[in-house]
Design a protein around this ligand. Structure first.
Ligand SMILES: Cc1cc2nc3c(=O)[nH]c(=O)nc-3n(C[C@H](O)[C@H](O)[C@H](O)COP(=O)(O)OP(=O)(O)OC[C@H]3O[C@@H](n4cnc5c(N)ncnc54)[C@H](O)[C@@H]3O)c2cc1C
Length: 493
């Protein structure tokens, strides 16, 4: 069996790569390790949020043609310029993000999502998660405005249907094992499908099989002691196979191998993601409350920045707390503002009508220390500064060991609630090195003919932290580029 392009993986990056390749070549095959009912990788677990640069509602209308004049009048979409996106990437990655790849990511963010729209993927504005209504008008904050209709499941379903209509073959339950390669480059993939190992040949290969976060042994080996204790938020199938396959034939290892995207995740969530709950185990409303650890102490500035710029690094902070967990504590004043994930059935929550009553229910925790800490926090809030969730309001605490910089509300209105969270890992940051055309670089600095990569398994783009909604954009932008490059190479080989 011979193909023009074989794509390894079945998520957003892989399907975008396959679609893009199919615009120039006929025989495109997608190998998806998961069975069909679990297919779609981490992409399927997402809310479908895409970070992209836009100049205002006129750009958004090209992605969301049914955005009405009334919706535009009732919403302050603001702008999110390429400069802001570049600045956010540089700032949150502590200026380590690869400048060439980051520029490609940012400059292609809007055109790529527009291409997806033209191919048939539908988008809407993320009013529910990324905007607050104040004075009768929604205002978007944090550079994240667009989501796929139907979230991650809608995105994967839509891309899959479009791919099938384009004549792309998708093989489910097909685990790529190794690359067929010689001195002249890559010529195919060895795959195990329905218990049988076969060799499939192709003119080029795109690797888009996700990171290694679901591989407990690699996680501990590369991220360090304690990472075997993290929960995996998404698919159980991203165990680093494609990274290993490429390293085996001489690809360079690149990027932040000890780093990852990791968030606050329900303490009693299952070890790997549950598609029925999706991203519902996450608990992202901590900027409106306070964190307390098992020693009864606050340990992080919950209001350091908008949630989009802190949530992906705070999972690691929670993992490093005693017993690897923490409580998020809120009072009734912010209840209406808590995200929908706080209202799911599978939540680890205790409530109390006084702080004393609440604290008495905090299992595994130094309750006396917790009560003292909460009272000291309450006394330190600068209540003369008005609270405003749409801006970094500067409503802070003063003179605490760890201050809260914004959105500091006193905990004074019952009922009080506490949610137990641990660390949920989203994806690993280390992986392969690619050039701006999506071609894989070898450990001598040369290019591997016929081998391309995109998505989570590419290293060098995200370090330490990540601006929310960049993962899908990253997969789509580099998936599209890698697919086109792989197809061009296939026609020239
Ligand atoms: C709960 C959750 C919520 C998230 N929310 C968002 C969000 O709203 N916005 C955003 O931008 N990002 C979000 N992310 C991050 C985002 O999911 C990823 O950055 C992105 O989906 C990665 O896309 P990908 O195609 O590279 O990988 P994936 O979508 O994970 O796809 C990898 C694919 O490779 C397959 N595979 C693995 N090994 C093999 C093998 N040996 N052979 C064949 N196939 C293989 C897997 O089965 C899978 O289909 C979220 C992640 C999670 C877990």
């Amino acid at each position: 069996m011979s193909y023009d392009v074989i794509v390894v993986g079945g998520g957003n990056a892989a399907l975008c790569a396959a679609l893009s390749a199919s615009e120039s070549v006929k025989k495109v095959l997608v190998l998806e390790r998961a069975p069909e009912d679990e297919a779609g990788g981490n992409s399927r677990f997402t809310a479908g949020l895409f970070r992209l640069a836009y100049r205002g509602p006129e750009d958004l209308k090209t992605l969301i043609p049914d955005l009405s004049e009334q919706e535009i009048a009732n919403t302050d979409f603001g702008t999110y310029t390429e400069e802001q996106f570049l600045d956010d990437m540089a700032r949150v990655t502590e200026y380590r993000c690869d400048p060439d790849l980051t520029e490609v990511l940012v400059k292609n963010s809007l055109p790529t999502v527009r291409w997806m729209r033209e191919r048939g993927v539908r988008f809407t504005a993320a009013w529910g998660r990324q905007a607050f209504k104040i004075g009768g008008k929604f205002k978007f904050w944090g550079g994240l405005t667009v989501e796929a209709v139907g979230g991650g499941p809608g995105l994967v379903e839509s891309l899959t249907q479009i791919a099938k209509k384009a004549g792309i073959e998708i093989l489910y339950g097909a685990r790529a094992l190794s690359l067929v390669a010689d001195d002249s480059g890559v010529h195919g993939v060895v795959v195990k499908h329905q218990g049988k190992t076969k060799t499939l040949s192709s003119k080029s290969v795109v690797l888009a099989a996700g990171g290694f976060q679901a591989n407990t042994e690699w996680r501990t080996r590369y991220m360090g002691p304690g990472w075997e204790l993290a929960k995996v938020r998404g698919t159980r199938f991203n165990t680093g196979d494609a990274i290993r396959m490429a390293l085996d034939i001489g690809a360079a290892a690149h990027g932040n191998w000890s780093g990852c995207h990791a968030v606050a995740w329900d303490r009693n969530a299952p070890e790997t993601g549950d598609l029925a709950v999706g991203d519902g185990f996450q608990k992202h409303s901590y900027p409106w409350g306070v964190y307390i650890n098992a020693d009864g102490k606050r340990f992080v500035d919950e209001g350091a920045d908008f949630r989009n710029y802190t949530y992906a690094k705070y999972g690691r902070v929670i993992l490093s707390q005693p017993k690897q967990f923490a409580w998020q504590i809120f009072d009734a004043k912010v209840k209406a503002q808590l995200r929908d994930e706080y209202r799911i059935k599978q939540v680890t929550r205790v409530t109390g009508n006084t702080l004393e009553e609440l604290v008495a229910k905090l299992d595994d925790t130094d309750q006396a220390a917790a009560l003292k800490e909460l009272k000291e926090y309450n006394a330190a809030v600068q209540t003369q500064i008005p609270f405003n969730p749409n801006v970094k309001d500067g409503r802070c605490t003063t003179n605490l060991r760890i201050n809260k910089s914004n959105w500091a509300n006193t905990l004074d209105t019952p009922p009080f609630e506490a949610y137990a969270v641990t660390c949920g890992i989203t994806f690993s940051f280390g992986g392969l090195k690619i050039n701006p055309q999506g071609q894989v670089v070898n450990s001598d600095g040369g290019l591997i003919p016929g081998l391309y990569a995109a998505g989570e398994l590419v290293g060098g783009i995200f370090w330490f932290n990540y601006p929310g909604g960049s993962g899908l954009t990253n997969g789509a932008v580099f998936g599209r580029i890698a697919g086109a490059s792989a197809a061009a190479a296939a026609t020239g080989r």
